[in-house]
Design a binder for this molecule. Structure first.
Ligand code: ADP
Ligand code: MG
Length: 388
């Protein structure tokens, strides 16, 4: 057992005074390319990372649910008879929301037994690596098994999304849960957000001697801020003005027409989405045809598009990208919703120390808060960690 698995089992025993039935886990994720394309019915290309959330779970003989986490002092208790989104608050809305959402996808919540869970994690929380999808997906695979539901992984992704949308109240897409549930080692999940078709694409980072460095700027971002809603509104306005249901329906050939019909700002928002969708397709094709050392330019262009056209970068992200490129990364971009959060730098393994120190020095001389940096590897999705 890993240290984290041991800690989770021990945490369960100390909170509930008996052993769990089993351990399940699910990873956080990072998006390699395809930003703000999800709500435009487009393409994204995330992978599951080697940071996981582990849940220890035991079924009860009554209808009570008790959830506890290393993250919080107190356990939260609720009867299955009162499990509705309005009754869910704070961090426990994530695991309890998943239990509720399973009912919306076919579980008979009037008959299933209650349970106890303890949750521990090494996914950084709120760093844009989706600790939220990790907790949802870990709870979803655990309950799917112990409640004998037999739901498939794409359905469990929708369960996690519904929990996050309705129980937590965050208007997020399906990308994070799909990566956490479908991810595989040294591979990424090519997801079509319109059809929800997902394809596993080998990355080949290991064989090429490449590592992906996360540079968390520690500039906090918040999806509720005006910037995010504002970008969504621009995309909707652009699609309406161009007579399409969503920006997914446009290609680069439509851009000259868009330039004549749209105001400059809306045009640049639209151009980011249209070119970003194409970059995801190009990244998948380039990986297949030429391998991972050839995708650097696509990452770079994606960053420029987010900086200049979509205008969601911040100076700390731009500095992380420029500095890591100068120090030897083969491609770099901000990742996630923007206005803060993290950048990624695809880097030859032997140059990781040079990139780290160059970025540290650049942030110090700019007077910015020191960034957190760590390498992530593409890893397996949600699973049962202990034998049944
Ligand atoms: P991100 O997904 O980028 O990490 P979110 O704001 O979407 O950030 O989700 C973070 C929230 O998820 C936390 O504030 C907490 O409520 C919940 N959460 C994540 N991991 C855990 C955990 N191990 N234990 C309890 N709650 C967690
Ligand atoms: Mg999240």
């Amino acid at each position: 057992m890993t240290d984290l698995q041991q800690a989770t089992a021990a945490g369960f025993k100390s909170r509930f005074a008996h052993a769990p039935d089993g351990l399940w886990s699910a990873p956080g994720r990072v998006n390699l390319i395809g930003e703000h394309t999800d709500y435009n019915d487009g393409f994204v290309f995330p992978f599951a990372i080697d940071r996981r959330t582990v849940v220890a779970l035991r079924l009860r003989s009554d209808r009570l649910i008790r959830v506890a986490s290393s993250f919080a002092e107190d356990a939260v208790e609720l009867s299955l008879d009162h499990l509705v989104p309005e009754n869910l608050h704070g961090w426990s809305a994530y695991p309890l929301g998943v239990a509720w959402a399973l009912g919306e996808f076919g579980a008979d919540l009037t008959h299933v037994p209650g349970f106890e869970v303890f949750i521990d994690s090494d996914v950084p929380i709120g760093a844009g690596l989706s600790s939220s999808a990790a907790i949802e997906s870990a709870v979803a695979v655990a309950l799917n098994e112990v409640w004998g539901l037999d739901l498939d992984r794409p359905t469990l992704a929708r369960v996690g999304q519904l929990a996050e949308n309705r129980a937590v109240g965050a208007p997020t897409g399906i990308m994070d849960q799909s990566a956490s549930l479908l991810g595989e080692a040294d591979a990424a999940v090519f997801l079509d957000c319109r059809t929800l078709d997902a394809e596993i694409i080998p990355l080949g980072f290991d064989a090429a001697g490449l590592d992906l460095l996360i540079i968390d700027t520690n500039v906090s971002h918040d999806h509720a801020t005006g910037g995010y809603a504002d970008r969504r509104a621009s995309c909707e306005a652009g699609a309406a003005a161009l007579g399409v249901g969503s920006l997914r329906d446009l290609s680069e050939a439509d851009l000259p027409r868009a330039a004549t019909l749209l105001d400059d700002e809306t045009f640049r928002r639209v151009r980011h989405i249209v070119t970003e969708n194409q970059r995801v397709l190009d990244t998948v094709r380039t990986l297949r045809d030429l391998g991972p050392t050839a995708i650097g330019a696509l990452l770079d262009t994606s960053h420029v598009s987010m900086r200049d056209d979509f205008e969601i970068s911040v100076p700390q992200l731009d500095l992380a990208v420029v500095t890591s490129r100068e120090a030897g990364a083969i491609g770099a971009r901000m990742t996630g919703g923007g206005f803060g959060g993290a950048a990624i730098a695809l880097t030859p393994r032997e140059l990781i120390p040079a990139v780290r120190s160059a970025v540290s020095e650049a942030f110090a001389s700019a007077g910015y808060v020191a960034p957190d940096m760590f390498v992530v590897r593409a890893s397996d999705g949600a699973r049962r960690d202990t034998a049944a």
